[in-house]
Design a protein around this ligand. Structure first.
Ligand code: BJ8
Length: 422
């Protein structure tokens, strides 16, 4: 990634520290991804993107900024990308998934904050992530307390807009979220100087729906008994989709899905018959958090589905494309987004229904419910998730971890024993 040094300098990054991050990434990518056998050829796209993750896409974003476009950094799947696109803006995910950024986050946040929040704040304050330097504005949301308070610190030296996510899913909450989306649109118009028309929003809704359909096609292939892609590769695809241009993302995912569908027809599987099929549920796995997938898939299991925001919650449910006025479109957006079952809602029984449905659809042998340390929301839902799965006769293992590698061997022992018993 040495070609990008000048760009990083211009972004005001801490080059010395950033070098340390760049040094560990190739080994991690090699160990987790390139070591796998019989991978789909179409993964070459994601191998390239991840090997130059702080180079290729940031350079594109800077180029777009030179043409006058604005970049918006987001932290939650509740922020509607469609509206950003309709204002001719570009969205990029910002959630941090590396232990590397945690100490810089801990310098200003309580240690008892979840690693996702600590890493995100650390990536900004430590000046070691180009995406955090590039974004013209951050878009936060009122989901968990950790994020809400962290946004106050993050927003000290970069424009920060917060969307007020409802905490319940009554009719009036759906209306409230619609109003919140309309306000977001107004702010985007002012910030970008571009007008959002029903035509532009309709086009943007179509673009993101196509991206969702493409991601869903790849996931559909993971339902097959003949498993054409590993969980690690599917996770990488999903993680990168938060950063990539949505049209290219759809193209690449469709290209991958074409190959996977052919593999299923040809009986090509990445694991031996009888490998135990695992569904993971819980807190999101932001890039480059591949720890759990890697342990499971090197312990005799295969991850076939993630009931996570870096998984099914990201692409399930489409926005109604038949609406023709902005008011109707905002409502259609609200209705779709409010179907996402995040643990910040109460009650959140829809998530249990989703998990039970996905267990059947993906022919799952066992569920691993994994929470990031100090995420009280998903940790509390562990109680009802575990009970529902036990009642349905589905084996479940609950785990709690963070980004550090210190518990890797302990996790390996527990996961190995769980898979053996399935
Ligand atoms: S819709 S899951 S992306 S809020 S893990 S930071 S909840 S303490 S990430 Fe999330 Fe939106 Fe919900 Fe999805 Fe807080 Fe928990 Fe940390 Fe979390």
């Amino acid at each position: 990634m040495s070609d990008y040094v000048q760009m990083w300098k211009d972004l005001g990054m801490d080059l010395e520290n950033h070098d340390l991050l760049c040094q560990v990434l190739p080994t991690a990518v090699g160990d987790v991804f390139l070591s796998q056998e019989n991978r789909p050829k179409a993964m070459d796209f994601w191998d390239l993107v991840i090997s130059e993750v702080h180079g290729i896409r940031p350079a594109e974003l800077i180029e777009a900024q030179k043409q006058g476009r604005k970049v918006f950094g987001t932290f939650c799947v509740y922020v509607p990308d469609e509206v950003i696109i309709a204002a001719d803006g570009i969205f990029t995910g910002l959630c941090g998934g590396s232990q590397f950024w945690v100490p810089d986050g801990e310098a200003v946040l309580p240690k008892s904050t979840c690693p996702l929040v600590k890493a995100s704040v650390g990536a900004r304050l430590g000046k070691t992530c180009p995406f955090f330097r590039i974004a013209d504005m951050y878009v936060g949301e009122t989901t968990c307390d950790g994020k809400k308070k962290a946004y106050e610190i993050l927003g000290e030296d970069v424009p920060m807009y917060i969307m007020d996510v409802p905490q319940m899913k009554r009719e009036k909450d759906i209306l409230k979220w619609k109003e919140e989306i309309a306000d977001f649109a107004k702010m985007l118009e002012e910030f970008t100087g571009n007008t959002i028309t029903p035509e532009k929003l309709g086009e943007a809704i179509h673009i993101i729906n196509e991206k969702r359909k493409a991601l869903a096609r790849v996931y559909e292939c993971r339902k097959s008994e003949c498993l054409p892609i590993s969980g690690r590769d599917a996770l990488l695809m999903t993680q990168i989709s938060f950063f990539d241009d949505p049209v290219r993302c759809a193209q690449m995912c469709n290209r991958l899905a074409d190959e996977l569908e052919q593999r299923i027809k040809d009986g090509v599987s990445v694991v031996p018959a009888g490998t135990k099929r695992i569904l993971i549920t819980g807190t999101p796995l932001a890039v480059p958090n591949w720890k759990l997938h890697n342990i499971i898939e090197t312990s005799g299991g295969a991850v076939v589905c993630e009931e996570m925001c870096t998984g099914t919650r990201y692409f399930e449910n489409l926005v109604d494309e038949t609406k023709t006025t902005l008011d109707e479109q905002f409502m259609a957006l609200s209705q779709r987004y409010m179907k996402t079952n995040c643990a910040c809602f109460t009650p959140n029984t829809g998530r249990i229904d989703d998990i039970l449905r996905l267990v059947k659809e993906y022919k799952v042998d066992g569920v691993i419910d994994c929470n990031l340390k100090f995420c009280c929301l998903y940790d509390t839902e562990k109680y009802s998730v575990t009970r529902a799965l036990k009642e349905a006769g589905v084996p479940v293992l609950s785990l709690e971890t963070d980004y550090a590698d210190t518990d890797a061997e302990q996790l390996r022992t527990r996961i190995g024993a769980f898979i053996e018993l399935l």
